[in-house]
Design a protein around this ligand. Structure first.
Ligand SMILES: Cc1ncc(COP(=O)(O)O)c(C=O)c1O
Length: 368
């Protein structure tokens, strides 16, 4: 097996046909309504809420600004408990609000914030918990809610990976005070860039809409130091079209996930991460953990893939708590985060996306 075939990347965005998108663009060009809650924005918001089975959605330019705004909307201050095993934007949204992240270790099975370890990290300064549904695998939403209720804390879920995921209570996005989605190019559902906050009621959504539009609550009224977090008509129109293809894309992801699992079942030293709480999964990522009884180290296997033009990724390595702006925090010490520290040194995310072919999956399996 050599470099004769095209590189395989960890993901490849699924797009509708350009011909199908042109009529949407024509409408935008004709109307000259480009942003600020235009007709595509309104329609996408409505149809997205229906598709996800949630009541109230505020669209955003991306998930990171959504997270920053969610924290503002709930007036979160002081300390927030979060996971080190995520993309840096999770903790960055706290720093952008002058909030101190407090890192808590992850559960070895779900790789999400470990509910058993949250209470010990609560101090008088703690105001909220920011868990991540990592890889789209649901957090233990009920136990986290019980802790938040006991201590009077808010919960903001970084749901960047969790588009379409359901657990026994329905959409996983309905849990906590707010959940924030990402529609970035690397996500299961993409509008190039984009995101959304799932809100519990219309009143909260209204406040969030002020915040994402510079704080404007009327032509001459500004009620908060808001930001510009608005989604444009281009992204919203694309989102409408993407909704039509989502179920087919999900079915293909499910088949790839099953092919990997079958192929890796007997491989000593490789384990496949899986969610425990979902009734409907989204197969957003395919993380494997390379154990010490595998003949190669994680980084040697990673390099072997790269040498064969298979561009796998070590999501999430390094841990957020290892980056310079976080590593001085007491909670960032590796001794406080033994599971996350181990998993970050074991993980490789294999390619998974709807247009990945069975023979490409087999090539990847053969390399392992
Ligand atoms: C867990 C997590 N949170 C937040 C983000 C940021 O999302 P966005 O790129 O839409 O700002 C990402 C990925 O991009 C992510 O993986």
């Amino acid at each position: 097996m050599g470099k004769d075939s095209a590189p395989i990347y960890v993901t490849r965005p699924e797009l509708p046909s350009l011909d199908d998108f042109i009529p949407y663009l024509r409408k935008i060009w004709d109307s000259r309504v480009l942003t600020n809650g235009g007709p595509f924005h309104e329609e996408f918001e409505r149809k997205l809420a229906d598709r996800l089975g949630v009541g109230h959605i505020a669209l955003f330019a991306n998930c990171t600004i959504g997270l920053v705004t969610a924290l503002q909307a709930l007036r979160i201050t002081g300390e927030v408990i979060t996971t080190p095993y995520s993309f840096v934007a999770t903790a960055h949204s706290l720093l952008w609000n002058g909030i101190k992240p407090v890192f808590v270790d992850i559960d070895p099975l779900t790789l999400n914030l470990d509910p058993d370890k949250i209470e010990a990290a609560i101090t008088p300064q703690t105001t909220a918990i920011m868990p991540v549904h990592c890889y789209g695998h649901p957090c233990d939403v009920e136990r986290i809610q019980a802790i938040a209720d006991t201590y009077g804390l808010k919960i903001i879920y970084d749901a960047a990976h969790a588009f379409g995921v359901e657990c026994k209570g329905g959409s996983v996005l309905k849990y906590g005070d707010l959940s924030v989605l990402s529609f970035h190019a690397t996500k299961v559902f993409t509008t190039f860039e984009g995101g959304a906050i799932i809100c519990p009621d219309e009143k909260t959504r209204q406040r969030i809409n002020y915040l994402k539009n510079f704080g404007f609550a009327g032509e001459t009224t500004v009620v908060a130091p808001g930001i510009n977090g608005k989604m444009s008509e281009f992204n919203a129109a694309l989102g409408l079209l993407q909704l039509q293809g989502f179920d087919a894309a999900l079915a293909r992801r499910r088949a790839i996930d099953a092919r990997y699992r079958a192929g890796l079942a007997g491989v000593k030293g490789i384990s496949c991460a899986r969610g425990t709480g979902e009734t409907i999964a989204n197969y957003a990522y395919f993380p494997i953990l390379v154990d010490s009884d595998y003949p190669l180290s994680r980084d040697d296997l990673y390099q072997r893939f790269r040498d064969h033009d298979i561009v796998v990724r070590r999501y999430f390595y390094p841990l957020i708590s290892d980056f310079p702006m976080y590593r001085g925090l007491p909670s960032a010490a590796a001794t406080n985060l033994p599971v996350a520290d181990r998993v970050a040194r074991q993980v490789i995310c294999l390619p998974i996306y709807p247009s990945l072919q069975d023979d490409q999956v087999d090539r990847i399996l053969e390399l392992i």
